[in-house]
Ligand binder design. Structure first.
Ligand code: THU
Length: 135
């Protein structure tokens, strides 16, 4: 996996995005930063809703912004939570990230400086993908 010095800017942007989280119901604030091969970074934060189920995770906000911006390929995502150890992405977000890169590096961090460098393929083994639709 990557050196800990790699993706430092991505980590900083995920931590900064966490500051914009709208999480009045869970108080669980999440930030994400998604990097494209040409170095562009798209950020996201979780956005909750009084009806609960319309809430969306930080990772999927970042993916939606990136796709709308024309990106289709990603080299890494950093995800910031306040937990120790840093939390890993939920199952729905793993599946959404997998759509674009099954081997994505997933860098999970918290504001204390803890960092877990993981592979999406380890977080979502034997995954379902567009290949499975080729029947
Ligand atoms: N959340 C994320 O933003 N990303 C995840 O991968 C896990 C959970 C958000 C959803 C909700 O707003 C709050 O964290 C508590 O689940």
């Amino acid at each position: 996996m990557s050196k800990k010095t790699q993706y430092e800017e991505l980590v900083l942007q995920a931590l900064a995005a966490r500051g914009n989280a709208y999480a009045p119901y869970s108080s669980f604030r999440v930030g994400a930063a998604l990097q494209t091969p040409d170095g562009q970074i798209f950020t996201g934060c979780n956005v909750e809703n009084a009806a609960y189920s319309p809430s969306i995770c930080a990772e999927r906000v970042a993916v939606a912004k990136a796709v709308e911006g024309g990106a289709r390929s990603f080299v890494a995502i950093a995800i910031a939570t306040a937990t120790s150890p840093p939390a890993t992405p939920c199952g729905v977000c793993r599946q959404v990230l997998r759509e674009f890169n099954s081997e994505l590096p997933v860098i999970c961090v918290n504001p204390s400086g803890d960092r877990r460098d993981l592979w999406l393929s380890d977080l979502l083994p034997h995954s379902f993908s567009k290949k499975d639709l080729d029947v």
